[in-house]
Design a protein around this ligand. Structure first.
Ligand SMILES: Cc1cc2nc3c(=O)[nH]c(=O)nc-3n(C[C@H](O)[C@H](O)[C@H](O)COP(=O)(O)O)c2cc1C
Length: 215
């Protein structure tokens, strides 16, 4: 049996950069854009992965990774199954939190706000842009439901592939996009001796208030 890893002494220094109020953009969506640009330019693997945290009626938070597909001043968007665990939780409580962590740059971004479904045409447009295999996967997978076996799933894929051969593969109404409309951001830059830089943007009557937070 493998020995349990002792994680108490796993630590490292954060020396990649610094953040000050003067070099922050007044607009957090633009600030996010600068950091996303840096992450993509630095060829960080999975730069668009974000942890999505939701919480339904039972009060038990749940987190999972999804991919950011687009963002602008109206919000941050991803695509998924509307009847998955996250979909049900968002129906019960449309508030959520997103988290990006770019280890190579010692950067973390938290974004929270209210979530809404994207218009059907926007979801159609994205669905149609996906490879056929991904579209068929989205159709057959009842995401987050127990299934009998992988074999059973593959059979469904096979059946769907055959029945789709001569027909357009259209987005099912149980699959589509969400948009989180941000009301709060936090930008975190790791620094030496655990004295990290943290800035929070809070939305106040269409105006963003920026505060430095203790690390
Ligand atoms: C790198 C990565 C990217 C993922 N992207 C998505 C995504 O964009 N949409 C999605 O529904 N699930 C995505 N997943 C799977 C989710 O993490 C999760 O397993 C799934 O959405 C079911 O979550 P739920 O049961 O909490 O609803 C991704 C997982 C990983 C590791």
């Amino acid at each position: 049996m493998k020995k349990q890893q002792d994680t108490r002494n796993v630590r490292r220094d954060y020396l990649h950069g610094q953040l000050s109020k003067e070099n922050l953009d007044q607009d957090p969506v633009r600030q996010f854009g600068h950091w996303m640009h840096d992450a993509v330019e630095a060829e960080i693997t999975d730069a668009t992965c974000m942890t999505l945290a939701t919480c339904g009626d039972d009060g038990m938070p749940a987190a999972r990774i999804v991919l950011l597909k687009h963002h602008d001043e109206t919000g941050f968007c991803w695509y998924t199954h509307y009847q998955s665990t996250k979909g049900i939780q968002l129906q019960q409580n449309p508030k959520a939190s997103l988290l990006f962590y770019w280890r190579e740059m010692d950067r973390q971004i938290r974004i929270s706000g209210v979530v809404e479904k994207l218009p059907a045409e926007t979801s159609d447009h994205y669905f149609d842009s996906r490879p056929i295999e991904s579209r068929i996967g989205a159709i057959v997978s009842q995401q987050s439901q127990p299934i009998k076996s992988r074999q059973a799933l593959l059979q469904q894929v096979e059946q769907q592939t055959q029945s789709s051969e001569n027909a357009a593969v259209k987005r099912p109404d149980y699959w589509g996009g969400y948009r989180l409309k941000p009301s709060e951001f936090e930008f975190w830059q790791g620094r030496e001796d655990r004295l990290h830089d943290r800035f929070r943007y809070l939305k106040n009557d269409h105006h963003w208030k920026i505060e430095r937070l203790a690390p």
